[in-house]
Design a protein around this ligand. Structure first.
Ligand code: HEC
Length: 125
């Protein structure tokens, strides 16, 4: 049984690591380098230039209490930050929400986006 359990775990792990090879990019480091100038990621709910990103994966778009969003992002209200939406947003924020105030150009590499999204998700767990 233990051997079987290990095999299943190993297969699962291999399956997770393969697509996009996000495994070789450290999402935490990337977040620290590219996002923490403007975002906090903690339970305080405190904002910086941008809203607090605690629990943002699965959170309604533009919903952080007390944060004044741009009209561009406000137009997406009612939708959710699914991983797909986050991926589109982090590819080119200005294309996802025209007129956004988020002055971040975007990540060209899918692996970088995947790593940061995985980190945003795992930080709350
Ligand atoms: C120069 C400052 C700045 C940087 C750097 C920045 N952001 Fe932002 N971010 C903002 C601002 C300002 C907003 C609000 C945008 C608006 O209202 O249009 C925002 C909004 C967001 C939102 C939407 C949150 C919500 O409550 O709907 C997400 C998700 C996000 N940023 C993720 C990131 C990630 C991940 C990074 C790093 C890769 C990053 N941001 C880098 C300033 C920044």
């Amino acid at each position: 049984m233990r051997i079987l359990g290990f095999a299943v775990a190993a297969a699962l792990f291999a399956g997770m690591a393969a697509p996009g090879a996000a495994a070789d990019i450290d999402g935490a480091k990337l977040f620290k380098k590219k996002c923490t100038t403007c975002h906090r990621l903690d339970e305080t709910g405190k904002k910086k230039v941008g809203p607090n990103l605690w629990g943002v994966v699965g959170r309604p778009i533009a919903s952080a209490p007390g944060f004044k969003y741009s009209k561009g992002l406000g137009r997406h209200k009612g939708k959710t930050w699914t991983e797909e939406n986050l991926d589109a947003w982090l590819t080119k924020p200005r294309a996802f929400a025209k007129g956004t105030r988020m002055a971040f150009p975007g990540f060209r590499k899918a692996e970088q986006r995947a790593a940061v999204i995985a980190y945003l998700r795992s930080a709350v767990e």
